[in-house]
Design a protein around this ligand. Structure first.
Ligand code: AMP
Ligand code: MG
Length: 518
């Protein structure tokens, strides 16, 4: 986008807010909630040039009520939420009342959506600011569903309850699975309805992220008339997320390589647990390497590399097995934005960037195979391991075996009494795997421990998720989502209380499609 378009967006802000455009330096007139719970704001993003964001407050909501509250996360952020009344908590996480030190902004970004370049930006989110934890870690505090912004295009700036609960649940499950992710601090209902296909209860999610800088933020910066924009952003990101690169020979090429490494590691982790993001647009890819923007995401039940859940992914562009390729494609878009910084000689910059992008498959594959070895209890490396893994996956696909259940079954001392585990093909594979385990010095019991720690017993299975979301959203019954949340919080434990959550869906329970609900 050109600087001129940025200006036009600012004009639209004037149309929405009249002459009361919040200025980033103004003293906010907010309803007061106690500030003494430990907030420590230092808003570095709001100190970037103004074309990176639009300063504005969340639009207040009529009747905020707390639906979900993550006390453990609040505590780890150094926030004493318990010191607030329920009403104060609701006002706070609705954006009706802002703590001192916040500098609310909507961030500008662009992105390739299903392969097509679009101007985007926070159309329904407001970054309140960056909070520093007592340990000195910096986190974005963002409200999602907080009302219209200059980037809303035709959207209402709001969010429905079920998708916000889905993001809360799945992001917390991902965290428990040791997968880098944004996290969820709270969901409040707004007391307003949002109109989608039908009227739905509205809600706001409070999202915690190491930052909300996306590949799309770089695409936005690269499109600015101001050529300094991309350097400003790259320098900011290096300082915030990759400070060790400041002294590198070529910090920008190193930045590209580090982001490639983090994304390769992230996507490998997704595949290892059967996660399908669903909307891997470049605006939904975080530069910090966290999973971000949970829309029509889901975990695969029966193993099938072609699994697609998202109702809007008609071509299967973001199907399970395509995620590494998509990540590489997105990273190529990121690399393009950095070309002028990588080298003043265009051909040289291009050659260096291409080399970096071409390194992705190998880095990814290494991460994936490393994870797969752990899933199979292997401590050593043999060249035949790939074959061993692939044979198992092919068998699982042929038999529509449940991905999570099969790996967890291998991680138990005796295989469950199931007909498919007696099939000659499986027995043949199992014998080869046992022989492979015998060729390493580590004991069987160390192998089992390794496997137990790398094969989750409990994932947020889609039929359970849908059931919990509709109970909460349609009937105000939060008992199912609370139980599910408790179950996925300890995915590697063999807790008899949660046996039900381990069971794959019966044919009648299968959920084949998920909706973004935007
Ligand atoms: P997503 O698919 O959630 O990653 O969103 C893609 C883009 O659409 C982002 O710029 C969002 O801010 C914007 N968007 C999604 N839903 C809404 C909405 N209800 N109102 C305004 N903007 C929205
Ligand atoms: Mg998004």
């Amino acid at each position: 986008m050109s600087h001129a378009t940025g200006f036009l967006q600012y004009r639209r802000l004037q149309e929405i807010y009249g002459s009361n455009i919040p200025n980033k330096n103004m003293k906010l007139n907010t309803q007061q909630v106690s500030n003494s719970i430990g907030w420590q704001f230092d808003n570095s993003y709001a100190r970037l040039p103004e074309y990176f964001y639009a300063p504005l407050r969340p639009v207040p909501v009529p009747a905020p009520h707390v639906a979900m509250l993550n006390y453990a996360l609040a505590e780890s952020l150094g926030l004493d939420i318990r010191a607030l009344s329920t009403n104060e908590i609701a006002l706070l996480f609705a954006g009706n009342a802002l703590p001192d030190g916040t500098q609310p902004i909507a961030q500008a970004y662009a992105g390739h959506q299903f392969g097509h370049f679009t101007m985007l930006g926070d159309g329904r989110a407001i970054l309140l600011g960056e909070h520093l934890t007592p340990a000195g870690e910096r986190f974005d505090i963002q409200l999602k569903g907080s009302g219209q912004t200059p980037f809303s295009r035709r959207g209402d700036g709001r969010a429905a309850l079920a998708p916000m609960l889905r993001e809360y649940l799945i992001s917390e499950a991902m965290h428990a699975l040791n997968i880098p992710t944004t996290r969820s601090l709270a969901v409040v209902t707004t007391g307003e309805q949002v109109v989608r296909e039908t009227p739905l209860p509205g809600a706001i999610l409070t999202r915690i992220a190491s930052s909300h800088i996306r590949v799309g933020t770089f695409e936005y910066a690269a499109g600015q008339v101001n050529v300094a924009a991309i350097r400003t952003l790259a320098d900011y990101v290096i300082q915030r997320h990759y400070p060790a690169l400041t002294d590198a020979d070529n910090p920008y090429l190193s930045l590209l390589n580090r982001v490639i490494e983090r994304q390769a590691a992230l996507i490998a982790k997704w595949l290892l647990v059967g996660f399908i993001h669903g909307v891997m647009n470049t605006d939904n890819m975080s530069i910090s390497g966290e999973t971000i923007d949970y829309g029509p995401c889901a975990f695969m039940d029966a193993y099938d590399p072609n699994t697609v859940f998202s109702s809007i992914d008609h071509q299967g562009r973001y199907r399970y097995s395509h995620q590494p390729l998509t990540a590489q494609w997105n990273l190529a878009r990121f690399a393009e934005t950095l070309l002028p910084l990588i080298d003043p000689v265009q051909e040289k910059a291009l050659a260096l960037a291409e080399e970096a992008i071409h390194s992705f498959p190998k880095i990814y594959q290494t991460q994936w195979i490393m994870g797969m070895r752990k899933k199979l209890g292997l401590f050593t490396e043999e060249t035949e391991d790939t074959k061993l893994i692939e044979t198992l996956l092919t068998w699982m696909q042929m038999h529509r075996a449940d991905y999570t259940h099969t790996f967890r079954a291998l991680a138990s001392k005796t295989l469950p009494e199931e007909a498919r585990f007696h099939d000659t093909e499986f027995v043949g594979w199992h014998t080869r795997w046992q022989a492979r385990l015998s060729r390493q010095a580590e004991s069987r019991s160390s192998s089992f421990s390794l496997m137990q720690a790398n094969n989750p017993a409990i994932i947020p299975r889609n039929h359970r998720v849908e059931e919990a979301l509709s109970a909460a959203s349609e009937h105000g019954d939060y008992s199912l989502i609370q139980q599910l949340l408790a179950a996925v919080a300890n995915p590697y434990a063999d807790n008899p209380e949660y046996t039900d959550y381990r069971t794959p869906p019966a044919p009648s329970e299968h959920v084949y499609q998920t909706f973004c609900g935007t």
